[in-house]
Design a protein around this ligand. Structure first.
Ligand SMILES: [Zn+2]
Length: 394
């Protein structure tokens, strides 16, 4: 059992010298069609003998079957750990208690973002390496050595950091292509933000990444090609996934959403987008009805509005074409609800990443940025319609 918390910021600032540059990534990333059928072979390369498979009931009955059969073919003992839907301390600790005496040497997290985040927390507490097999490309959780932990009601509560990155991230793109288009699109929202946040951190000599260190040029370059890829082929990839087709555009976007975005945010740094996006989870009807990447998209527009960046136009047009929210109404919010806007500003201000922005933030400045982005989004929605959004949110 390992219960000593690891804090990257404290670890790297424990020296008198300047902070080092750090690049974190999973030990191995494998992506392609049909890979769940070969999961056992990939685990055998890591000498896995007995592994827990964490997945929701639905996932274990579907994708999980393939994964478990392939593990059995590779003579790996499988311990089933059914996940109950929320990455909360309550759920994590219940899973740890259940697995404590099962003598597993690895934990496999199979599913969406919450399963993945919970899996990393459970593996850390059991002191075993983690393997992540995402079934959606909706977020950048799989490749990082941290998890966002929520209350049992789904409000963001804390972030846990781990000294070990996942040993293997393995993505079966046929499974991703079978999922609802909305998930891939949300992942694009999460991934495009990576570039805009890394860009801020690269030009701020005081910025510290979630890896607890200075941003690396490698992560900066990765985050740039991440956004570039999505702008180029994101719409085409969404069209393919809408008819459950897997092709080269889907492969590119899955890599951008999962690997490039993951490395990009963790070792390239965060700015105002993610603190604001996490603040939105304080509003129940937002976190109950919208995906992380959708909330990130509208938060990206707020950061770009604050920067007075020309990319606000580029991002908003792209978001409206693929069906990401571009104004508050598309998040079931209203610009008139000043109490909710105040909550967003207050929570954003408490997150150190937000202060990587070059200007001094105040509640008024954050609220103005949200409103400016909202107004801009309304003009875009007027001009281009909201057909894609309505298709994904019917
Ligand atoms: Zn994110």
């Amino acid at each position: 059992m390992s219960d000593k918390p690891y804090t990257p910021r404290a670890f790297f600032s424990g020296f008198d010298d300047a902070l080092p540059r750090v690049l974190l990534s999973p030990q191995k990333y494998v992506q392609g069609p049909g890979l769940l059928d070969r999961l056992g072979d990939h685990l055998a390369l890591l000498s896995v003998r007995r592994a827990a498979v964490l997945g929701s009931e639905r996932c274990l009955a579907n994708e999980g079957k393939k994964a478990i059969e392939s593990m059995k073919r590779a003579e790996i003992d499988v311990v089933i750990a059914q996940f109950h839907g929320e990455c909360s301390v309550l759920e994590i600790e219940a899973q740890v208690r259940a697995l404590q005496s099962s003598q597993i040497d690895y934990l496999i997290a199979l599913g969406g973002g919450k399963t993945v985040d919970a899996g990393k927390c459970i593996a850390h507490r059991l002191n075993v390496p983690s393997v992540v097999a995402p079934t959606l490309a909706s977020n950048d959780a799989p490749c990082s050595a941290l998890s966002v932990v929520y209350t049992p009601e789904g409000v963001q509560e804390s972030v846990e950091y781990f000294a070990r990155s996942p040993s293997l991230v393995i993505v079966d793109t046929n499974v991703v292509a079978e999922a609802d288009e909305r998930y891939l699109v949300a992942g694009m929202g999460d991934a495009i933000a990576t570039w805009y946040e890394a860009r801020i951190c690269q030009s701020n000599p005081k910025a510290i990444t979630p890896a607890g260190a200075r941003p690396s040029l490698a992560a900066y370059a990765i985050s740039e090609i991440c956004a570039q890829t999505i702008y180029e082929v994101g719409e085409a990839a969404a069209e393919s996934v809408a008819v459950n087709k897997n092709d080269d555009n889907v492969e590119k976007v899955v890599e951008a959403n999962t690997l490039l975005s993951g490395i990009g945010f963790e070792s390239g740094g965060l700015a105002m987008v993610h603190p604001l996006a996490l603040a939105y989870t304080r509003i129940d009807r937002v976190h109950e009805n919208y995906l992380h990447g959708e909330i990130v998209a509208i938060s990206t527009m707020a950061q770009l509005a604050l920067e007075k960046s020309d990319d606000l136009d580029k991002a908003a047009r792209f978001f409206s074409r693929v069906g990401l929210p571009v104004h508050l109404g598309q998040l079931s919010m209203s610009p008139e609800n000043s109490d909710e806007l105040k909550i967003l500003a207050e929570v954003t201000m408490t997150n150190p990443n937000a202060h990587h922005m070059p200007m001094k933030l105040t509640h008024e400045i954050i609220i103005q940025a949200i409103l400016d982005a909202h107004e801009f989004g309304l003009t875009i929605a007027d001009e281009f319609g909201d057909e894609a959004y309505r298709r994904l949110h019917n």
